[in-house]
Design a protein around this ligand. Structure first.
Ligand code: HEM
Length: 483
């Protein structure tokens, strides 16, 4: 057992009903239930979902203790129904697979691959791709004339962002009016609902006979993902040329062909599994970024003064004759503060993907709680992003909280207090790419387009629960800037 100090205590928590456990007490938005349980039991408590105990970690201290100071202890993924369906239909993967030697090789390869294509000297390629997609998005909305139009941005934003990943992965993109892809991306919310923390069907598999809708839709979405994306993958594989590193797929094939087969055998992982990393990167890469971008648009139309301040800063620093690029970022403190506040306030991923303990552990630091191996662990990122101790008025949207007192610079120490990408061994592996994409989309959109609320009274920060959360449907009035 790791991190033991004295006699460890059991994790406290509410009593539950037979069979259902604490399910009747759980709010649709799990973070609300957690806030009241934290008041009663502290940062670390136990709930029972069906027949399984779930330990919930809340607040920076408990989360850091577990994920950063005891990284291996909490790096597992539980065996959940939705994760199993993913493995059965799509195949072995990084996101829903527990910590193991094979998983480590898989994750490392994915990190190296992503860095090779989207960071360092390749950042200019990312810039070109996003700038191109922004132009396409704007012309799809405005038809390139100055008349005001009203649009629901959700599906086109998803499609646009998914084009970035498609292009890195296999050098292709789709027209923004491609109905097949629009149908597919509009289903992605079902994926998020099924894999979010606390989906009861995950904990009581028999429940699927009673409330089978979500699971059925989720599994049928996985089948369409496999059919649609899988056919591109197979097409692309047929055209592979020995040694090519032209795009992510070719790079993965070439890298895995060069790996020592013995090493892979010992780690119980195959070349085919490693090559299927593209499913992880595409799925994880477009959903979160497009949801964040939609939140950014919602904040821009809800708070016109914020949009004006960002536009004024862009004009001052970038001017009107060229497009904003990543080089400009350090000179755009207000824009950076807006993006940090967008990720904090919207809390796009309110709970990480569920974790599990990899062995019997004692949560150290001030806690000293005994947690048996293979216990499901929910990590409540919302409790960090909306902590009353950490942030004054956490429910208010206020980019200035990330600026220094004279508002001249970004206060990086404040940004470091946020945790939009999780922490430790399972931290998001696309965080840099995600941040860069968001910066480029938001700056290039605001630089060229004026956004307004279509119906101010109907704007709401409410959302559906899920692994990632996006705003409820909303419309914006927009026009190309003439000034
Ligand atoms: C604003 C954008 C993004 C946000 C807010 C975000 C957030 C997160 C969070 C909170 C997790 C869960 C960490 C955990 O389970 O402890 C995660 C996992 C992951 N993310 Fe992201 N993400 C974003 C963009 C991306 C992008 C662009 C990619 C790749 C192209 C990506 C790939 C992944 C993968 C593969 C995992 C699973 C890691 C693992 O299980 O080891 N994400 N992300």
């Amino acid at each position: 057992m790791s991190s033991s100090s004295g006699k460890a205590k059991a994790v406290p928590g509410p009593r539950g009903l037979p069979i259902l456990g604490n399910i009747p007490q759980l709010d649709n938005e799990l973070h609300k239930t957690c806030a009241s349980l934290v008041d009663r039991y502290g940062d670390v408590f136990r709930i029972r979902i069906g027949s399984r105990d779930v330990v919930v970690l809340n607040g920076t201290e408990a989360i850091r203790q577990a994920l950063v100071r005891q990284p291996l202890d909490f790096a597992g993924r539980p065996d959940l129904r939705s994760f199993r369906s993913y493995k059965n239909i799509i195949g072995d993967n990084i996101s829903f697979t527990s910590h193991s030697p094979g998983w480590k090789i898989h994750r490392k390869l994915a990190e190296t691959t992503l860095r090779t294509f989207t960071a360092g000297s390749k950042m200019s390629v990312l810039e070109e791709k996003v700038m191109f997609e922004v132009e396409e998005l704007i012309s799809c909305w405005t038809n390139n004339n100055y008349e005001e139009v009203v649009v629901d941005p959700a599906d086109h934003v998803k499609l646009s962002v998914s084009n970035i990943m498609l292009s890195f992965i296999m050098g292709r993109r789709h027209q923004l009016d491609n109905q097949k892809l629009l149908d597919f991306v509009s289903l992605s919310d079902d994926f998020s609902k099924a894999t979010g923390s606390g989906n009861p069907v995950d904990f009581m598999p028999w429940l699927r006979y009673i409330v089978s809708g979500t699971l059925k839709r989720y599994e049928s979405l996985l089948h369409s993902y496999k059919n649609w994306f899988g056919s591109y993958v197979e097409d692309h594989k047929r055209n592979y040329q020995e040694g090519s590193e032209d795009d992510i797929m070719d790079y993965l094939t070439t890298s895995t062909n060069n790996m020592d087969p013995k090493e892979l055998e010992v780690a119980e992982i195959t070349k085919e599994t490693l090559q299927s990393t593209v499913y992880d990167l595409f799925g994880a890469g477009f959903d979160t970024v497009s949801a964040s971008l939609l939140w950014a648009l919602l904040y821009l139309v809800t708070f016109p003064d914020v949009q004006k301040a960002m536009y004024d800063e862009l004009v001052k620093v970038v001017g009107k004759d060229r497009k904003p690029s990543l080089e400009d970022r350090r000179n755009l403190p207000f824009t950076q503060a807006f993006l940090a506040e967008t990720l904090r306030h919207s809390c796009v991923v309110p709970f990480t993907i569920p974790h599990s303990t990899t062995r019997d552990v004692v949560l150290g630091g001030k806690y000293n709680f005994y947690i048996p191996g293979d216990t499901v662990v929910f990590v409540n990122l919302h409790s960090v992003q909306h902590s009353k101790e950490q942030w004054d008025t956490p429910e208010e949207f206020d980019p200035a909280r990330f600026l220094t007192a004279d508002h001249s610079k970004l206060d990086s120490s404040k940004v470091e207090q946020t945790m939009p990408f999780g922490a430790g061994r399972r931290r998001c592996l696309g965080s840099e790419l995600g941040r860069n994409e968001l910066f480029l989309y938001v700056t290039n959109l605001v630089h060229k387009v004026r956004f307004e609320a279509y119906d101010k009274d109907s704007l709401t920060m409410e959302h559906e629960p899920g692994l990632s959360v996006r705003p409820l449907p909303f419309k914006v009035r927009l026009a190309l800037r003439e000034d």
